[in-house]
Design a binder for this molecule. Sequence first.
Ligand code: GDP
Length: 660
Amino acid sequence: MKVLELAKKLRIPVQELILFLKDVDVKVKSPTSKLDDKTVSTVKELWADNRAEKAEKAAAEKAEKDQNNEQKEVQLNEPTITVAKLAQLLDLKLAQVMKIFLQKGLLVNLNSEIDSETAILIAKEADINLKFEKKEKNDQKIKNHLTKIEEAELEDNLDELEARPPLVTIMGHVDHGKTLLLDAIRQTNVVAKEAGGITQHIGAYQVKIKKRKITFLDTPGHEAFTALRLRGAQVTDIAILVVAADEGIKPQTVEALNHAKAAKIPIIVAINKIDRPEANIDQCKQQLAQYDLLAEDWGGKTVMVPVSAKTKVGIDDLLEMILIVADMLELKANKKCPAQGIIIESRLSKQKGPVATLLVKTGTLKTGDCFIIGTKIGKVRALFNDLGKPIKSAEPGMPVEILGIDGVPEPGEMLKVYISEKAAREAAEKKLSVAKASKKLSSVSLETLSKQIEEGDIKNLNLIIKADVNGSLDAIIASIKQIPAEEVNINILHAATGGINENDIMLAKASQALVLGFGIKASLPAQKIAEEENITIKTYKIIYKIIEDVEKVVKGMFKIEYEIVEIGKAEIRQLFHYSKVGQIAGSYITEGKLIRNFMVKILRDGKEIGETKIDSLKRFKEDIREVANGFECGVVLEKSDILKEGDIIVCLEKRQKNIL
Ligand code: GDP
């Protein structure tokens, strides 16, 4: 390559490049001198490094200048922050920040969580104006901003829309034939046959009927569907509800149809196993009618197709019906814009690295495209279709396996193509800061929903109700329907008997619904997801209490009441000093238990002398979450300078009232 050409490639004046080459000891005589491949690639790398270095220097200079000119302003997005993160946020050395804390007489370690007021005070000492905006407002701002971006992108695409294949998910009760139906559909239809028939499991596949394509999600069930929705990903246009003709409606059938209804997607019912002698199609239709799914031949609007996944009777009818329903939905996408898609599966392959299956939503994804997925970036190294065949590009509606991501993405995450690697990197960085700020964007609790209703932000109150028996369920539904609510619509998305399960929580998150239980509890996995996803589950023992709470929410007047409960006591037997962690209180648990991160009060001779928080609990040098009655342990408290041997640590829990 000639020096001239390289300069063009790097988009710099040739003279500048010649000077740079001199700097890095590459001898050239004139702009037309030739450089070999190896030198070219080394020079490119060095140039990139050099540029990055320059940019960094310029940024540092600017920062210094800014600091000198005016008081620096920094935004705090969370109501609390750890000391280490505060130092990072203020761009100060940790030691410097710790010193300020010390000067203020505050004993902290780098993991201590401090509130916004303290953070602002500390920042002020360093001559930095730290601003904290109330969380909800800030979240709302980010949310609005994000919607605006998405809207702008959508508008861009409006002009060049073309029809795209429908995305279909099969749902229904266990053992009603979802998997066999998916197999039957795949076998009877042509796309697979074209390439010799070996299908690859990549999480979705396409079939061709009447020269048109339909995309099926290969993980049947409403669980996967709602799990994706929960992340904001809409990957289903039509739900196929499988009902076994010999069994009729079962609990998961109801759950599935309510999940589809909550997502506001059309449902086609496949009445399966009609080859069985006990099959009773009419009985299925009758049962479905009770859930507002009235068959067309009974004067309703729901398409119901009798099929047998075993004998393959009715499969083609079902596919044709999918196309008819798809036509009514007018599914369209722009093929020409930069691609966007949704991850539906991902894994780490030993040979290939991170591998993900993606459903292309808009645009055409091509090999070589630079993209971001969440905050990860990548470049499409290879694409494979559902037959495992390498392909060069993928259009809307198509599932593809993709290589070239710099990490394993999460299902539900969005892939977006950018014109260059630089643009992708910038977008990923921006995303990272937004993601941090909006982590707990949508909490679903009685209190937050109540507030949103009061402020007029939402007009619908979505509920999921679980109860111990049908009698109480009916009574609750009837009473809720009588609640006068002019400004707000109360929608019961799902009501069933039985404990609160993971699916209920996922539906709640995906549809911003409250989960209310009567005389039952939430399963442990459900509690765990609820905790992670910031969803309040509320269970009751008295019906009128549920109605009272719903009324308060509808009026925008609900406030959670808390109570402080003592859950354990420990006696401090010996105090040890360590320069790294400070003071460790060797203690013996005399009642209940101590739990890490919980608040405690300290008693001396029966009188309270202060309150602080458990920073860590140690047993035999190991950090543990909790210690029970009768055990010894080391307790590190956030504020430990007041402690004396013989003091009692009382562990406190802040509990929501009325929760079982
Ligand atoms: P899933 O749990 O809903 O995915 O159900 P499967 O597809 O695993 O099917 C459950 C059982 O029902 C299997 O033993 C199937 O062979 C059987 N099955 C599924 N569809 C039919 C059908 O149309 N007719 C008959 N006779 N059996 C079926």
